[in-house]
Design a protein around this ligand. Structure first.
Ligand code: HEM
Length: 270
């Protein structure tokens, strides 16, 4: 960021940044950085350094962007591979938002039970951080007869847990319906150790609500406004669903799809 800033300075482009900031100030339009800087100025109980602010922004971009984007990509890929699921999800989303004048927004999005179950199933099979994050053990403990000394680095294989046949019927199949079953009460909050896409306990992902919103809204919009087709010659049952290794477990290769507009954006409300 600082490098970019220097380049801008050389090119005398910093005015763009300052103009934008002062324009926003005029409009009283605060973003996250404005709020954090205000906390810094006002002096809260815990001092907030500029380094802290930079770290928060880095966490937001690093932790938040790739994880949500990977989830949207996997959900779309799974639906395209399973046209029955895609059609059922589109029916639900279109019925719901047609009644609201064609505006897809977040209010009451959680009433879309089938879409929510697709997202849950996507995060069961394709959790973006399959090994969560490495942690250090603070106290000596014993797990399954193994003694774990203090300071041992712990890696939790959440990928394997989320596919364990002891807890999941047809564990490797993409079956969103399993989450509609009222007997299967699992949520994201780390209360059910057989399902931990966001981790669990005091180090559970702090961006969970934001991350889910970043997945729910784009998917609802994609499904509502467009029909989706695979490029000519590609068969849905032949799609490559293998994973690659990186910051997150993305699909191997990019997803190529052909969107067909079905419901254009309605004119803005005056
Ligand atoms: C679908 C979206 C997301 C998924 C699946 C996800 C998943 C995870 C997982 C599995 C962990 C490790 C938890 C553990 O070790 O027990 C984690 C940690 C973290 N996540 Fe997320 N995350 C998502 C979105 C976000 C967003 C949007 C943000 C920020 C805006 C974020 C910020 C963080 C941070 C800062 C940590 C480290 C927390 C700590 O070490 O105490 N995540 N996330």
């Amino acid at each position: 960021m600082e490098g970019q800033f220097r380049t801008w300075k050389k090119e005398k482009k910093t005015n763009i940044v300052y103009d934008d900031v002062s324009e926003k100030k005029k409009q009283g339009d605060d973003d996250l950085v404005d709020v954090l800087l205000r906390f810094q100025d006002d002096g809260i109980q815990i001092p907030l350094t500029t380094e802290n602010i930079k770290a928060v922004i880095l966490d937001m971009l690093g932790g938040g962007g790739e994880t949500s984007a990977t989830t949207v990509d996997w959900a779309m890929a799974e639906m395209l591979r399973n046209p029955r699921i895609l059609e059922k999800a589109q029916d639900e989303v279109r019925r719901f938002f047609d009644d609201k004048g064609g505006y897809v927004d977040e209010s009451r999005i959680h009433e879309l039970k089938y879409l929510m179950s697709i997202i849950k199933e996507t995060l069961r099979l394709h959790l973006p951080l399959p090994l969560l994050l490495p942690r250090k053990c603070r106290e000596k403990c014993e797990i399954d007869g193994y003694e774990i000394p203090v300071d041992t680095k712990i890696i939790v294989n959440a990928w394997a847990i989320n596919r364990d046949p002891k807890y999941w019927r047809n564990p490797d199949c993409f079956e969103p319906e399993r989450f509609l079953d009222e007997d299967l009460e699992v949520d994201y909050k780390g209360n059910h150790f057989e399902y931990i896409p966001f981790g669990a306990g005091r180090r559970i992902c702090p961006g969970m609500a934001f991350g889910l919103a970043n997945v729910e809204l784009p998917l609802a919009m994609f499904l509502y406004h467009f029909d989706w087709k695979l490029p000519p010659g590609m068969k849905h049952e032949e799609m490559d669903m293998s994973e690659s290794f990186g910051i997150t477990a993305r699909r191997n290769g990019d997803l190529f799809v052909v969107p067909v507009i079905k419901r254009p954006l309605p004119p803005p409300v005056k």
